[in-house]
Design a protein around this ligand. Structure first.
Ligand code: S3P
Length: 456
């Protein structure tokens, strides 16, 4: 475990990325964050023992586990990434004695707000500084229509108290924003309502909740809605059956070593057992259109989720127009796409990015500011970003503030692996929220990451 210790120390401080080449090797990136949250939550709602293999043991997921224990669910670690969950059944949750601290996790808090609303209890939700700035009305508004009550700050943000009613009402609700978190919060609440809830989703977003609910035996139906959308209906008060779950690797985490290999010379890496759900795979489709040498080998279909091995080689990339319609399928990948775009030949225009303003940080402005500091010309509007690619030659030499945002931190570290001068980020602890062994895996394939001497 020596390498873990090294990471623990490094992770407390700044990290610096240096020009790297010939990245090589085959790695398993950690389990998918979205699927990990959902497996703990649905395990807690089922009757019997759910076993989760490959769980992402990152801060975000550990906060969800701590919250589930507050609701009275028994969650035990059996082995590395293997957990057992004894569910309480739908509607059987205890009232938490303590405030539920969800750290940095938007998924954790929004899904658990839905879950709490389906139980006649009061639950207090708090988070870190980043989470306490993020909009929650998108979730509390539909839950209020179902009969839940909330006390929150006047801007709708955390801290929030949720009071679930004795009898939650089923609703029909059209999502005003493309958000899997909002959809999932309503679906989880709907489990506690007597009757059928219907959600109209104009633009499809990641469907892990629907897939997993079906696996646990919920009565859930999905039909087309409008041009590309979906109508999802679920019947409340089911008895969910405990399951064994295998969490595939997170495509959003795989994106970092993949882009590092694309932009560094002489690289050839393999990423195994990556979740290849088409609603998560937009980045890889776009990179391939930009000329990336990425081979996708679809190898399995585990519990309704497609799995693939990826093989990635250094590539000369070309700028591209990324249409707004694809945004929900790659919403977390714009920071790392912008890094790839900075090295491409020509201009990359990314549209439909309004939601990036309300992620762990204002990602649109963080990407633009960071790229400019590294010598890349960009144009930022309220919901778009244009990156003028440097055809392989990016200066770098910047100090980047991660703003408590793991994906901004990891994206600029990847950028620094191919810039002329190193790039330093102010705080690497935030990486623990989604990719706890980032340092270990990236250095294993040959990335040069160091702790700056000024803080040694
Ligand atoms: C997630 C949904 C997305 C994504 C987040 C994880 C999920 O958020 O950005 O990292 O697990 O449902 P939105 O629902 O706000 O788009």
């Amino acid at each position: 475990m020596a390498s873990f210790k090294i990471f623990e120390n490094v992770c407390m401080f700044n990290l610096k990325a240096h020009n790297s080449s010939s990245l090589n090797g085959s790695i398993n990136v950690p389990g998918d964050k979205s699927i990990s949250h959902r497996s703990v939550i649905l395990g807690g709602l089922a009757v019997g023992e759910t076993i989760v293999n490959g769980l992402l043991e990152s801060e975000d997921v550990l906060h969800t586990i701590a919250a589930m224990r507050e609701f009275g669910v028994i969650v035990k670690k059996l082995d590395e990434q293997q957990w057992s969950i004894y569910g309480r059944g739908v509607g059987g949750f205890d009232e938490p004695k303590n405030a539920l601290y969800l750290g940095n996790s938007g998924t954790g808090v929004r899904l658990l707000l839905g879950l709490a609303a389906g139980n006649p209890i009061n639950a207090f939700f708090i988070g870190d500084n980043s989470l306490s700035k993020r909009p929650m009305r998108r979730v509390t508004a539909p839950l209020e229509i179902m009969g839940a009550r909330f006390v929150n700050r006047s801007d709708g943000c955390l801290p929030i108290v949720c009071s679930g009613p004795k009898h939650l009402l089923p609703i029909q609700y059209e999502l005003p924003v493309a958000s899997a978190q909002v959809k999932s919060a309503i679906l989880l609440a709907a489990l506690g309502a007597a009757g059928k809830t219907t959600i109209l989703e104009p633009e499809p977003t990641r469907d892990h909740t629907e897939i997993m609910l079906k696996q646990f035996g919920a009565q859930i139906n999905i039909k087309p809605f409008n041009k590309d959308g979906r109508e999802i209906s679920i019947v409340g008060q089911p008895e969910l059956q405990a399951k064994t779950i295998h969490v595939p690797a997170d495509p959003s985490s795989a994106a970092f070593p993949a882009v590092a290999a694309l932009i560094t010379r002489g690289s050839h890496i393999k990423l195994k057992n990556v979740c290849a759900n088409s609603l998560r795979f937009g980045l890889f489709e776009i990179l391939i259109k930009m000329g990336a040498n990425i081979k996708i080998d679809y190898c399995d279909n585990t519990e309704g989720e497609k799995i693939a091995h990826l093989e990635v080689k250094s590539s000369s990339l070309k700028g591209i127009k990324v249409p707004a319609e694809i945004a929900p399928r790659m919403i977390d990948e714009y920071p790392i796409l912008a890094v790839a775009a900075a090295f491409a030949e020509g201009t990359t225009i990314m549209l439909g990015l309004k939601e990036l303003r309300v992620k762990e940080s204002d990602r649109l402005s963080a990407i633009a500011k960071g790229l400019v500091a590294c010598g890349v010309k960009v144009e930022e509007t309220i919901d778009s970003l244009t990156v003028y690619g440097r055809g392989g030659l990016v200066k770098g030499g910047a100090f980047i503030e991660a703003n408590m945002d793991h994906r901004i931190a990891m994206s600029f570290l990847v950028l620094g692996m191919a810039t002329e001068k190193p790039i330093e980020i102010d705080d690497s602890t935030t990486i623990q929220t989604s990719f706890p062994n980032f340092y270990e895996l990236m250095t294993q394939i040959g990335c040069k990451l160091t702790m700056p001497s000024s803080i040694k």
